[in-house]
Structures are given as structure tokens and as C-alpha cells.
Design a protein around this ligand. Sequence first.
Ligand SMILES: Cc1cc2nc3c(=O)[nH]c(=O)nc-3n(C[C@H](O)[C@H](O)[C@H](O)COP(=O)(O)O)c2cc1C
Length: 199
Amino acid sequence: MGFLNKLFGNKTEEEKTMTNTKLKIGIILGSTREGRVSPQVGEWVKGIADQRGDADYEIVDIADFKLPFLGTTDGSEPGIAAWNQKLASLDGFVFVVQEYNHSITGALKNALDFAREAWYNKAAGIVSYGSTGGARAAEHLRGILAELKVADVRTHPTLSLFTDFENGSVFKPADLHQTNMTAMLDEVNAWSGALKTIR
Ligand SMILES: Cc1cc2nc3c(=O)[nH]c(=O)nc-3n(C[C@H](O)[C@H](O)[C@H](O)COP(=O)(O)O)c2cc1C
């Protein structure tokens, strides 16, 4: 019966659940400082993503989890477990990355370090900003993601603090970034779906 089902394309209940359930993609805001611009960028990503209807997209704000600095507490803060549960519930990620001293923020690195298995065998895209589009921070993040078994896709929208933000604070993205965002989300979805099959 299993063989005939395979031959004629009838899906098992398990396969139906896997293919019918929409992927869950978290849009992770990498900065937590007062006055940050990452929520504006995150909303823009979500706006483009939601129009696609191909996955459930949600903004995941590291600040909401009130993570302590890794190793400085007994680890009982509820935010640590909640952070891991949130990541475990997601199939893929879009990291909203800002450049701080040519790298990612300390807050994002701390949050990355606070989980392990919850990251494994998932896909991610990166959208970054800074004076040079946040490229240096994004490349640092790629190295970290490799260690966490997160497959980072190639297409990478880079936003300039000079031309995509008014006064470095009001987000007004150039139209061209929309095309890159779409290509990046195509890749994140394809890889997130593929990697789900090996978890
Ligand atoms: C501590 C710090 C270091 C920064 N270093 C850089 C840098 O090396 N390169 C760069 O392009 N921008 C740098 N910036 C500018 C930030 O990219 C810019 O302020 C951006 O808006 C920060 O993201 P956020 O508003 O989401 O916090 C730095 C900002 C801060 C606060």
C-alpha cells in the first residue's frame, strides 16, 4: 500500500501535515537600543513578506525577551526559555542586521549564543543597513550562522544609512530593494521548506 501510494502520489497523513502547514518565518530585529531604527525595517520586510501569502511571517524582537548577558545568571529567567521556544517554533529566519563597529550588535550575538538546537537545520536571509549597507556585519553573521547549522541564502538586500534613511533615522527605502527582498524571500522559503524535511 505504501508503495502504491508513493507510485500514485497519495500522501501519507504525515506528509500531508508537512506540506499543508505553512512555513513559519521569524523576522528577527537585531538591535535593542533606545531610538533604534530596526522596527521600521522589520515592518517593511513584513509588509513585503505578508503580500506573498506563502508563509506565516512574524516579527521577533530580541528586546521583548529581556535576555540577561550570557553566563551572568543562573539561567532561570523566563525570557531564556521563551526565546528558545520561539526559535524552535520557526522554520526559517530573516535577520534585520545593523552594523555596530563593523560587526553585529552585542545583543544579537548574545541572543544567537542563547540557543543551539533551536537554530539547527533552518534557513535564513539577511537584510542589513549601515554606512556601507551593513555588509561587514552581515558577513560576520554568516560565519556565526554556519556554526549554528543555519543555511544563509545568497541574496542580501543592503540598505544605506545615507540614501535609504532620512537623517539616518526615518526609513525611506529605494524601490530597487523591493526586488532584492522578493528574491531573498524566495530563497529563504525554498530552503526552509527543504530543510524541514531533515529535522
Ligand atoms: C555602537 C555603534 C557602533 C556603530 N558602528 C558602525 C559601523 O562600524 N559601521 C556603520 O556603518 N555604522 C555604524 N554605526 C551606525 C549604525 O549602523 C546606525 O546607528 C544604525 O541606525 C544602528 O541600527 P539601530 O538604529 O537599529 O540600532 C554604529 C552605531 C552604534 C550605536
